[in-house]
Ligand binder design. Structure first.
Ligand SMILES: [Zn+2]
Length: 307
């Protein structure tokens, strides 16, 4: 078994056990009953939709269709504009509302995900790594991730932009902002917005922090994002967003490789909300340890990886 497959298998086992324990012990049903439970919006993060083996952060097309159909039947799916409007005092969203986002801007979002989204008439947003769009560049990833995922072209971006897909920025180069100088971080945030708006002819109102855990950005970057004119920013910190949510540190639920069927449903029901612990600074350190124990090494420091 490759290291990457071992990692995916281990993560899947942990999630399966944890969600079953929390759900069938009554903890999650009770929490949903007594606390705000399903109040607030769950924003899902996808990366890739393809049928390649050993592709990190990837969901097979068939599984993606099942998930979208499940969401369409059981949830109210909104665009980021509708979500943002509700946050700023607009109309209140019903319980069990979700929004769908993609990070990075891979071509399979166009070839595999978009036809399903369009057929099901479901809105979604894609956060583009501006310097990669319309090029043959490949994002550095784990050693051993054999798939070299190509990025969208600007033509594909424009086509989807005319059919219900919103585009936001995921920085210029996918650099972890906290590891960059203030000037570099500022450039990643401002320049990506300018490029996306120039190419799409539409405002890029939303930002998503590269990698996006608590360890990857701080107050200074949040201020820069606001200053650049974005109206909201999305992290990779796990959780739901109620009326108290910080619009520049919104939480999301990552749909990762192996999050199929049962695990996906349990994630949607909140049985894995406890995973927000791994998105804290200490959690990120533990995650790095877990990866190095498995012998999975990250490529160049600071130039990202995973998410
Ligand atoms: Zn990313």
């Amino acid at each position: 078994m490759s290291r990457l497959r071992a990692k995916i298998f281990l993560e899947q086992t942990i999630k399966y056990t944890l969600s079953s324990l929390l759900f069938y012990s009554g903890v999650i049903p009770l929490k949903n009953l007594f606390f705000h439970g399903e109040e607030g919006v769950r924003i899902l993060t996808y990366h890739k939709v393809n049928n390649l083996k050993n592709s990190l952060n990837s969901i097979p097309s068939k599984e993606f269709r099942k998930q979208i159909e499940y969401l369409r039947t059981n949830y109210n799916i909104v665009s980021l504009d509708d979500f943002h409007e509700s946050m700023t005092g607009g109309k209140k969203l019903p319980k069990k509302t979700v929004a769908i986002t993609f990070d990075d801007g891979y071509r399979d979002n166009y070839t595999n995900a978009y036809p399903i989204l369009e057929e099901c008439r479901v809105p979604a947003a894609i956060f583009l790594t501006a310097d990669y769009i319309g090029t043959n560049k490949v994002m550095p990833t784990y050693e051993g991730d054999e798939t070299k995922s190509p990025f969208l072209s600007w033509q594909e971006v424009r086509e989807m932009g005319n059919h219900g897909i919103t585009f936001g920025s995921h920085s210029l180069t996918h650099s972890i902002l906290i590891k960059r100088s203030p000037e570099q971080a500022k450039r990643e945030i401002f320049e990506s917005k300018r490029i996306i708006e120039r190419e799409t002819g539409k405002p890029a109102k939303f930002f998503s922090y590269p990698r996006g855990t608590k360890a990857d950005f701080d107050r200074r970057m949040k201020d820069m994002v606001r200053e650049a004119g974005y109206v909201a920013a999305f992290s990779a910190i796990s959780g739901i967003n109620d009326c108290r949510a910080d619009p520049f540190e919104l939480r999301r639920i990552a749909i990762e490789t192996g999050d199929k069927g049962y695990i996906f449903m349990k994630k949607m029901q909140g049985a894995l909300d406890v995973l927000f612990l791994r998105d804290t600074r200490k959690g990120q350190m533990l995650k790095d340890c877990f990866n190095s124990l498995l012998g999975i090494r990250l490529n160049k420091e600071g130039l990202v990886i995973e998410g």
